[in-house]
Design a binder for this molecule. Structure first.
Ligand code: GLA
Length: 356
């Protein structure tokens, strides 16, 4: 018997590098998916349709040679560890309409998808929060990326046509229905984003160091206190901390602007988030800055910014009209400048992981 599941990718409207600092994020799932088909088998086997790769593995703590296989193995291993039960082997087929390494959480999509799928087939009683938490634990401990909880929560909990406001300090969340929301376009910079490459963990360590020096958690940190301790922190840590405080404020302002359907204001906040990620948190790249600068000049665009961990990946653009033709032109200039092609596609806000 074969079972098929569909697990979405995610975007984040605003609230970047705030989740692991106990702050606010505003992600949503998108209509680009990882499809997972499971069939009983004598051994664990995984196969990627898009890349034609195959692995066979046993469920133990040992890492696989192939990096992608560790996302599969890690998810199942941590599921077994959490429920304290053996999981029988499956043949796992993975195919995807979600670009890999484009900053749209292909890894959380796969891991949450697998844990959800196996828990449904095996009647393991886990709610969606718990599934997200296990996937998060697996990515932290098995894959070795110290990511926050945003991506897994978005993939597991998303609702159609809504963003999810998550307070990462408590894990509480609420749906923000995005009635009349502008058109959303994703532009893949063509520069691969990889959380496991180390830059992400460096930023996370810097934030931890800043809170240690300040002796206060980010959620209690006020701008005036930060200013008074500027010398103690030094330039870099000060900039990281300032980004986190201001980005959290921007998330809350964005919620208010969405409720008023004030898309100009949402656009301004999105633009300000990019400037902060570029200048204060320093996770953007020249390529992404180039795209954001050019796209923000298009008539009818409310605002653009990089999304996700940074150092490559995608740009999100909000606009009142279809901007495909304008992006074609920018893509030409971009290719001349950087020798890389951009890809762009409209997305809609989708529901979370489910059986199909
Ligand atoms: C990655 C991580 C998230 C979050 C973002 C930055 O996507 O997986 O937890 O930290 O980067 O906002």
């Amino acid at each position: 018997m074969k079972y098929r599941f569909r697990s979405p990718g995610r975007i984040n409207l605003i609230g970047e590098h705030t989740d692991y600092n106990g702050g606010f994020v505003l992600p949503a799932a998108i209509d680009k998916y990882t499809y997972i088909t499971l069939e009983e088998s004598n051994h664990f086997k995984a196969h990627t349709v898009n890349f034609g790769e195959r692995v066979e593995f046993s469920l133990n703590e040992e890492k696989e040679k192939e990096e992608w296989a560790n996302y599969v193995k890690g998810a199942i291993f941590h599921l077994a560890k959490n429920i304290k039960k053996r999981i029988r082997p499956f043949n796992i087929e993975i195919s995807s309409t979600l670009p890999i390494g484009a900053g749209l959480s292909s890894s959380a999509s796969l891991m949450v998808g697998l844990i959800y799928a196996i828990s449904k087939i095996e009647n393991i009683n886990l709610d969606r929060e718990r599934i997200a938490q296990i996937a998060h634990e697996a990515e932290n401990e098995f894959v070795g990326v110290n990511c926050g909880i945003m991506d897994q929560y978005a993939v597991a909990l998303a609702k159609k046509d809504s963003f999810i406001l998550i307070d990462a300090s408590s894990g509480r969340y609420e749906y923000i229905y995005a009635k009349g929301f502008p058109k959303i376009m994703i532009i893949d910079s063509g520069i691969k984003h990889k959380l496991s490459s180390g830059n992400y963990n460096t930023r996370r360590n810097e934030c931890e160091e800043a809170t240690k020096i300040l002796g206060i958690q980010f959620k209690d940190l006020k701008r005036s206190f930060l200013e008074s301790k500027k010398n103690l922190l030094g330039d870099n840590l000060y900039k990281r901390a300032r980004h986190v405080i201001e980005e959290n404020e921007r998330v809350l302002k964005t919620i208010k602007a969405i409720s008023r359907q004030d898309w100009e204001e949402v656009g301004k906040l999105v633009k300000a988030s990019h400037v902060s990620l570029r200048d204060l948190f320093e996770v953007s790249t020249v390529e992404m800055d180039f795209l954001v600068d050019h796209i923000n000049k298009i008539d009818g665009v409310y605002g653009s910014r990089m999304i996700g961990g940074g150092f490559g990946g995608s740009i999100i653009t909000l606009s009142k009209r279809d901007v495909k033709n304008d992006l074609k032109e920018i893509g030409r200039i971009y290719q001349n400048e950087f020798g890389v092609e951009i890809k762009y596609y409209p997305v809609k806000l989708s529901g979370g992981v489910r059986k199909v």
